[in-house]
Write a protein that binds this ligand. Structure first.
Ligand code: AMP
Ligand code: MG
Length: 330
């Protein structure tokens, strides 16, 4: 079966063509800004502007004609309503025009399922999902992906981006923070907030904002980025380790844009090694918001018997990971 996947939960309009278990193309165009973050209507306009070109590129790169697509799959939620609506509309138009089935999928679960597709040996992982808006520790149990821990305020990526804005690093700031962190020499104590299995970043943001209120040198920027990475990643590794211990699983999978970070990957590898577990980091194209994971989850759901009518493809901006019945694993 050949599937077209469409991703539009936030900053990225992505399109991917998947044949059976092969990702034939995975292309995207992401909104960015030199000074500030996302304004929903502006990001949605970006997606409207690029959607036809990105879908066309995806088909061309895959060497597949639109009429050979057998299923269209799109991210139904959670995400920014304005942005989700663009992807859902494009997917519906494609499905109706070509008279093919359509499936809406949960974006967070797609981050986990793509790991099970592309990482050999990753079968039943705990997912540390660290992205812009979402920060969750997720694992499968009794018919659902359960959330064992999550952020109590902002997603870790949004936190990094907000600090990046204070430091004048543009949006998204994660990759620049990683570069600066490598130059850091001095560890600055920052609020380490783990409550049970949950994490929180607001206190750290306030402390850094106060520190840089009167300006910041390049050296200080490096020390802040280094200290911030060490602290937030330690928090994430702590709750991930506890999840592994509680649910008795032996695999940790990293997902989400923040999972591109090499230091986070390294810290997870060390923790897993110490407890005899395996740590899986994916190629960056599958960490960031991408349509390949949407195509793959759509296919898995369709093959397990899931069907959707057009009214059922209404967007679900607030859908939670554990709202979804995981019929394909039971
Ligand atoms: P997502 O929402 O999953 O697409 O992830 C986007 C988030 O990942 C943004 O907040 C980025 O700043 C963050 N990000 C991307 N690359 C990195 C990196 N190398 N280190 C830390 N954060 C990153
Ligand atoms: Mg994501």
């Amino acid at each position: 079966m050949i599937v077209l996947g469409i991703e539009t939960t936030a900053h990225t309009f992505g399109a991917s063509v998947l044949r059976d278990r092969d990702v034939l193309s995975n292309v995207w165009d992401s909104y960015s800004h030199p000074e500030r973050g996302m304004i929903p209507a502006e990001v949605a306009q970006h997606h409207i502007d690029v959607c036809d070109v990105v879908i066309k590129n995806s088909l061309e790169k895959a060497g597949i004609s639109a009429k050979n697509i057998g299923l269209v799959s799109f991210s139904q939620g959670p995400g920014i309503g304005n942005c989700l609506r663009v992807g859902a509309t494009a997917a519906r138009a494609f499905a109706l025009h070509h008279k093919i089935p359509i499936i809406g999928v949960n974006h967070c679960i797609a981050h986990l399922e793509i790991g099970r597709l592309v990482a050999p040996g990753c079968i039943d992982p705990v997912l540390l999902y660290a992205s812009g808006a979402n920060t969750q520790v997720i694992a499968y149990d009794s018919g659902k992906y359960r959330v064992f821990g999550e952020t109590l305020d902002m997603g870790v990526g949004n936190f990094l981006d907000q600090v990046g804005r204070l430091l004048g690093l543009g949006f998204p700031a994660g990759p620049k923070i990683e570069e600066y962190a490598r130059l850091g020499k001095r560890y600055i104590q920052l609020p380490y907030v783990v409550k049970g299995m949950d994490t929180s970043y607001g206190g750290m943001y306030t402390k850094i904002r106060n520190m840089v209120a009167d300006g910041v040198s390049e050296e200080e920027k490096a020390d802040i980025c280094y200290s911030m990475q060490e602290t937030v990643f330690a928090m994430l590794v702590e709750v991930s380790e506890r999840a592994l211990a509680h649910v008795g699983k032996k695999e940790l999978l990293l997902g989400g844009g923040v999972a591109c970070n090499k230091r986070l990957q390294e810290m997870c590898t060390i923790m897993c090694k110490e407890r005899g577990a395996a740590s899986f980091a994916l190629p960056n194209q599958f960490n960031v918001d991408n349509a390949a994971m949407i195509a793959w989850l759509g296919k898995v759901m369709y093959e397990s018997g899931v069907r959707m009518t057009i009214p059922e493809t209404a967007i679900r901006p607030y859908e939670r990971t554990d709202d979804v019945e995981v019929v394909w694993r039971s």
